[in-house]
Design a protein. Structure first.
Length: 367
């Protein structure tokens, strides 16, 4: 049935009611088509990521079996033969990739040379810490960035607006690793008001593992002292990652609010004498929401890329720290696993952003 066809269930209805039902059905169909296109694009991009990860692993000089098994185990001919058969290394390149893709679909990312554990198990262990840090940084960065962006837009071309524009430009220019070192030196070494690193202090023990995120698990277990300790230790790395994205969230929000504030319906709302707070929240922010959702996806991607060095500097045992150690130790299976994992999370977040964008603004669905 096409989008303009009349459903059989409406055949016995009067024409006016049939038109109302069709008006309700058409948006849902357009939304489904929109979701289908975005999901297909996400799968295609993820497929491309697996191709790149497989190709980069194969381009490393040396025998892949020796690289993956390590120096000691690669001396055993039986282990080398079993590895080659398992991953199809004795077959043509297209078949090798299909075997690699089949293993990925079964959750087999290989075995880490550093930990001697399956890479998927390592990712499950370290991912919650990065998720906890990224969520905290996103909430902090988005709240501060949107607030400053709205404030700058409502004070356009005033001193406060110029100051915030300089601030946002500086935030975009400062590397996250340099900011991490500066903040650590200032608040830990000089002032002594923040922890030096880690997820918990030496006097605290991890809460019962439910989600892997210490703050959430501590709340679930009712361990308030552990919750505040975990929050205290996540403060500095979250602040650094949030500072890296506040700049362009402020700039995007300012541009979006200025564009909406010049619309006729906003001027009409002000002319009717509505309170400024009502105009801002009911008219301006609602219309600017799609742009803000888009920049949230960009902020999350920036936080994921910046988390590698920030976690290493603060000793925060997450995916970034795991990927850093894998890169230093040339742990190819772990490097490929981290790359695919981060790409999958990034694509999933962008898919959710696209969906929210399409739900809020139906005009996007037809593009």
């Amino acid at each position: 049935m096409t989008g303009d066809a009349i459903p059989e269930t409406t055949a016995g209805l009067d024409p006016a009611r049939r038109l109302r039902m069709l008006a309700l059905l058409r948006p849902s169909r357009s939304l489904l088509r929109f979701l289908g296109r975005r999901f297909a694009g996400m799968i295609l991009l993820l497929f491309g990521v697996t191709v790149v990860a497989w190709a980069l692993t194969g381009l490393v000089p040396g025998d892949p079996a020796a690289v993956n098994l390590g120096e000691e185990r690669s001396q055993d001919p039986e282990l080398v033969k079993a590895f080659r058969e398992k991953y199809g290394l004795d077959k043509p390149l297209p078949v090798q990739y299909l075997v690699y893709l089949g293993n990925l679909l079964q959750g087999d990312f290989g075995t880490s040379l550093t930990s001697s554990r399956p890479v998927l198990d390592d990712l499950r262990q370290y991912a919650p810490a990065t998720a906890e840090l990224a969520i905290a940084a996103c909430l902090l960065g988005f709240t501060v960035g949107v607030t400053l962006g709205v404030w700058a837009a409502l004070r356009r071309n005033r001193p406060a607006d110029h100051a915030l524009r300089v601030f946002s430009l500086a935030g975009l220019s400062v590397p996250s690793f340099w900011m991490a070192l500066l903040v650590l030196y200032l608040f830990f070494f000089r002032l002594g008001i923040a922890p030096g690193g880690g997820r918990l202090g030496i006097e605290s023990s991890p809460p019962p593992n439910t989600t892997g995120m210490y703050t959430v698990d501590a709340l679930i277990a009712g361990q308030w002292s552990t919750f505040w300790d975990a929050l205290y230790h996540i403060m500095l790395p979250a602040l650094v990652l949030a500072a890296a994205v506040v700049g362009y969230i402020t700039r995007y929000t300012r541009s979006a609010v200025l564009e909406v504030a010049s619309e006729d319906y906003v001027r009409a709302a002000r002319a009717k004498g509505l309170p400024e707070r009502t105009v801002i929240f009911r008219y301006i922010l609602r219309a600017a929401a799609p742009s803000m959702i888009t920049v949230l996806g960009l902020a999350f991607a920036s936080i994921l890329t910046g988390a590698v060095l920030v976690e290493a500097i603060y000793g925060f045992t997450g995916i970034g720290m795991y990927g850093f150690r894998a890169s230093v130790g040339l742990d190819l299976p772990a490097i490929a696993g981290v790359s695919i994992f981060i790409a999958a999370v990034y694509l999933a977040i962008n898919f959710v952003v696209d969906v929210l964008y399409g739900v809020i603004d139906p005009r996007i669905r037809i593009t």
